[in-house]
Write a protein of this length. Structure first.
Length: 154
C-alpha cells in the first residue's frame, strides 16, 4: 500500500467515510455521491483538502477537519442537553399554572414545588447554553482558518 500525503500540509491522507454526510451542504456533495460507484475519495484530516482516488487534488479546504467534526459533535450534544433542560422548565411552569389555576382548588405547595423545579432548571439550561455558544464561536473560527487555507496550530 502506497503512502499518500497531503500536498499542502503533508499530513497522511485518509479515506473519506460517509461522503454524503461529510460533504452535505457543500458544492462537492455530488463528488461524494459519485465516490460510491468509483474509487473512494481521500481527505486530509488536518487541512480539509479532498483528493480523488488517484491522488489528484479536487478541492482545498472542502471537508471539515477532524477537530471540526469532533467540536461539532460536542456542540450538538450540549445543545441536546440544553434543550432537555428547557423542556423541564416549560413542563414545570405548565404544571405550576395548572396547579394554581386548575379546575380544582389550588394546591399551593405542589404549585410552588413545580415552579421551583422549573426555576432550578434554569441553571443547567444557562450552563449548557453557554457551552453551545462557545463551541459555535470556535467552530466558526476554525472554519475561517480552514477556508483561508491556514493549518491551525495547537
Amino acid at each position: 500500500m502506497e503512502q499518500r500525503r497531503c500536498g499542502s500540509c503533508g499530513a497522511q491522507l485518509e479515506i473519506l467515510r460517509r461522503p454524503l454526510r461529510r460533504l452535505r451542504w457543500s458544492r462537492y456533495w455530488f463528488k461524494g455521491f459519485a465516490s460510491f460507484f468509483g474509487r473512494p475519495l481521500r481527505i486530509c484530516p488536518k487541512c480539509g483538502a479532498m483528493y480523488s482516488g488517484e491522488g489528484e487534488l479536487l478541492a482545498a479546504a472542502a471537508v471539515q477537519t477532524e477537530e471540526e467534526v469532533r467540536l461539532d459533535l460536542y456542540r450538538r450534544d450540549m445543545a441536546y442537553l440544553r434543550d432537555s433542560f428547557g423542556g423541564v422548565i416549560v413542563a414545570a411552569e405548565i404544571a405550576a399554572i395548572w396547579l394554581f389555576a386548575g379546575a380544582e382548588s389550588a394546591n399551593v405547595a405542589a404549585g410552588i414545588l413545580a415552579a421551583s423545579l422549573g426555576a432550578a432548571a434554569f441553571v443547567p439550561f444557562g450552563f449548557f447554553g453557554s457551552k453551545v455558544r462557545r463551541a459555535r464561536k470556535e467552530l466558526k473560527r476554525m472554519k475561517q482558518i480552514r477556508l483561508q487555507r491556514r493549518v491551525p496550530q495547537r
